[in-house]
Design a protein around this ligand. Structure first.
Ligand SMILES: Nc1nc2c(ncn2[C@@H]2O[C@H](COP(=O)(O)OP(=O)(O)OP(=O)(O)O)[C@@H](O)[C@H]2O)c(=O)[nH]1
Ligand SMILES: [Zn+2]
Length: 196
């Protein structure tokens, strides 16, 4: 533990704040001017929010299921789940929407839990392909449904704000398992429900 402005913080947090100070100075600014003085502390706290998915186990969100659904055996779809992630190459924001569907076998899950799974994986350092695969595979493994379809559309800060600087470009990725992977008709149906 170490002290900062009279408050005890861990050595790791002190090092993280110092790293932000270094970046501020390296960018050409004065980390001691009034407006920037508390910025290292804020940035470190913001990182805890951006990356709090590492503290979450998405499997737990899917562990409470319901079986009394009067034999409902059609697609369940949650469309337009907004999320924010960060690309692991530049730590720039990935901002997008996830569409998550599954065809239940014998159990369904509370729909908020699908969004919780999306956020738990999004709040990590990601590439969009892995994010998409992790969401699809987690639901497939835990719910054991007939199939899972995940489509993600997102813009990447590292492409819009820097580098190639192409605003509005959207990356689309998908993960299909079970019937949605094997059966063209089922895949077409779920994509059409998603609005594609
Ligand atoms: N496939 C994939 N690529 C990503 C994702 N997020 C960022 N990237 C890309 O990762 C690549 C990293 O390429 P590098 O050449 O190592 O990095 P760079 O020199 O900063 O590349 P530029 O962005 O082209 O300036 C870039 O092409 C990014 O657009 C993602 O989620 N999936
Ligand atoms: Zn990037």
């Amino acid at each position: 533990m170490t002290k900062s402005a009279g408050v005890q913080i861990s050595k790791e947090e002190a090092a993280a704040r110092d790293a932000v100070r270094t970046l501020i100075r390296w960018s050409g600014e004065d980390p001691d001017r009034e407006g920037l003085r508390d910025t290292p502390e804020r940035v470190v706290r913001a990182f805890l929010e951006y990356f709090r998915g590492y503290e979450e186990d998405p499997v737990i969100y899917l562990s409470r299921t319901f079986e009394e659904v009067s034999g409902y055996d059609e697609v369940v779809l949650l469309r337009n789940i907004p999320f924010v992630s960060h690309c692991e190459h530049h730590l720039a924001p990935i901002i997008g929407k996830a569409h998550v569907a599954y065809l239940p076998h014998d159990k369904v899950v509370g729909i908020s839990k699908l969004a919780r799974v999306v956020h738990a994986y999004a709040r990590r350092m990601q590439v969009q392909e892995r994010l998409t695969a992790q969401i699809g595979d987690c639901i497939t493994k835990v719910l054991e449904p007939e199939g899972v379809a995940v489509v993600i559309e997102a813009t990447h800060g590292c492409m819009t704000c820097r580098g190639v600087e192409t605003p509005e470009v959207i990356m689309t990725t998908s993960r299909m398992t079970g019937v949605f992977r094997e059966d063209d008709k089922a895949r077409r149906e779920v994509l059409s429900l998603m609005g594609f």
